[in-house]
Design a protein around this ligand. Structure first.
Ligand code: FEO
Length: 167
């Protein structure tokens, strides 16, 4: 049975994953409307994966006798200057998620909730992978700079950059 405190913290994480999903959906839409087909496909997929992260938490909370709450997500940013701004924002967002996950993991240990601690290890590994990918993409964009041809190739090749494999 989940403690009230852990239940609340997991609901906060549900909200954060739901926010990630909506933030990336808005980014995908911006990319689609501005002719970046590859980036758009990548971000739509990323948005779906974040929803899956949310659902995984949702089911865990309910299965452990807690109560999962559907988050209300407001103030999603829809307008971006360019593709680098999107990926800078994405990395910043993932770093924030990582901090929250780490703090949650820390609390489960303090509260001696080893089942939740064990469950959250998947998120810890997932964050490492997502942060690595976001940094790689940003590094590429920095190299490309203002080169339009480079940006064209980036948009074409990003289709093959997986957020996660088979999870
Ligand atoms: Fe579900 Fe990108 O963290």
């Amino acid at each position: 049975m989940l403690s009230k405190k852990i239940n609340e913290l997991l609901n906060r994480q549900i909200e954060l994953e739901g926010t990630s999903s909506n933030v990336y959906l808005a980014m995908a839409s911006w990319a689609e409307l501005n002719g970046y087909e590859g980036c758009s496909a990548f971000l739509y997929k990323h948005s779906d994966e974040e929803r899956m992260h949310m659902l995984k938490l949702f089911k865990f909370v309910n299965e452990r006798g807690g109560k999962a709450v559907v988050p209300v997500i407001k103030n999603v940013k829809h307008d971006y200057k360019d593709i680098p701004e999107i990926f800078e924002h994405l990395l910043k967002h993932e770093l924030k998620v990582k901090e929250e996950i780490n703090s949650l993991v820390d609390t489960t240990l303090k509260e001696k909730d080893y089942t939740t601690h064990n469950f959250l290890q998947w998120y810890v590994s997932e964050q490492i992978e997502e942060e690595r990918l976001a940094r790689t993409l940003l590094d590429k964009l920095k190299l490309i700079g203002n080169d339009k041809g480079g940006l064209y190739l980036f948009d074409r090749d990003i289709i093959n950059a997986g957020v996660e494999k088979g999870k």
